[in-house]
Design a protein. Structure first.
Ligand code: G
Ligand code: G
Ligand code: MN
Ligand code: NA
Length: 254
């Protein structure tokens, strides 16, 4: 309850901040975009990670307000990078299940893009299988309208939830994100490797891009590259960074 009150205060006082983790295009070796990850600068405590508070935001419904703030903050950052950098920076935002199911995601996205004058194709939404499958017919409508707006959509943590493969081809999505669970032991566990390779192959058959998260070692990167994964993300290349540090990394042409 204390935590809930502190989180309400955090929303009112704008104590949240987004950090950004780069994604690397395995064909070019360059940064192709970033994933925004929320942190809480809690007064008197310091930087608090989402494992400590995102579940509480979800359980209390505060995630609806927080989710709208996250989308707005990401669009504000895209606009700032658009002004200060030579090339555009694509930003992916995590959308919680409750935000997708109960919130007005389309309107929040439309309003934030307009408010910050951001080209829609620079914004990507990372959605979970659970959120997408909770009402598949509604999901098709929402995703279709987001696609018409020009926003990209990815399925996060792919392979851990329950997705109907029949719906996978009916959902107008752009990308699958292979869950860290299959990446961690990809070079030593043949079962994990088989699943990762099958996801890559299926994604490409469906004309989707595919990214692997949680890449911590060169051997994992090389395995994924050999098996035609499009992008990777993980500590091997970089941890999530504050906006100014991420900006320096991009400007350095990495
Ligand atoms: O950032 P970290 O590395 O600790 O993230 C832990 C978990 O919190 C992940 O499951 C991640 O998807 C989730 N998370 C991080 N940032 C956000 C966010 O902005 N919105 C939502 N809904 N979840 C987030
Ligand atoms: O649920 P989601 O996939 O959005 O969460 C991403 C989470 O993974 C964040 O908590 C982020 O900090 C974490 N993460 C990013 N790169 C790595 C990595 O290389 N290894 C591990 N263990 N976690 C990572
Ligand atoms: Mn994610
Ligand atoms: Na993920």
């Amino acid at each position: 309850l204390d935590l809930e009150m502190a989180l309400r205060r955090a929303l009112d006082e704008e104590e949240f901040v987004l950090h950004y983790q780069p994604k690397i295009n395995l064909n070019t070796g360059r940064i192709s975009g970033v994933e925004a990850l929320i942190r809480w600068q809690r007064p008197g405590v310091g930087l608090v990670y989402p494992s400590e508070f995102v579940a509480v935001l979800e359980d209390t419904g505060l995630i609806i307000r927080a989710g709208a703030w996250i989308i707005d903050a990401a669009c504000r950052q895209i606009a700032a990078w658009n002004r200060s950098m030579t090339g555009p920076v694509h930003v992916a935002v995590n959308v919680s299940s409750r935000q997708f199911i109960e919130g007005d995601l389309e309107e929040e996205v439309r309003a934030a893009l307009e408010r910050h004058k951001v080209p829609a194709e620079l914004l990507e939404l990372e959605l979970t299988e659970t959120a997408l499958m909770s009402n598949a017919e509604r999901t098709i409508g929402v995703l279709t309208r987001l696609k018409e707006l020009g926003v990209k959509c990815a399925i996060d943590d792919f392979g851990t939830g329950y997705s109907s493969l029949a719906y996978l081809q009916r959902f107008p999505i752009d990308k699958l994100k292979i869950d860290i669970a299959f990446v961690r032991d990809i070079t030593t566990n043949p079962n994990d490797a088989a699943i990762a390779v099958a996801i890559i192959s299926m994604a490409h058959s469906l004309k989707l891009r595919v990214i692997a998260e949680g890449v911590e070692a060169r051997a994992q990167l090389e395995y994924l590259r050999r098996n035609r994964c499009d992008e990777i993300q993980g500590y091997f290349f970089s941890r999530p960074l504050p906006a100014d540090e991420l900006g320096q990394l991009v400007a350095a042409g990495k």
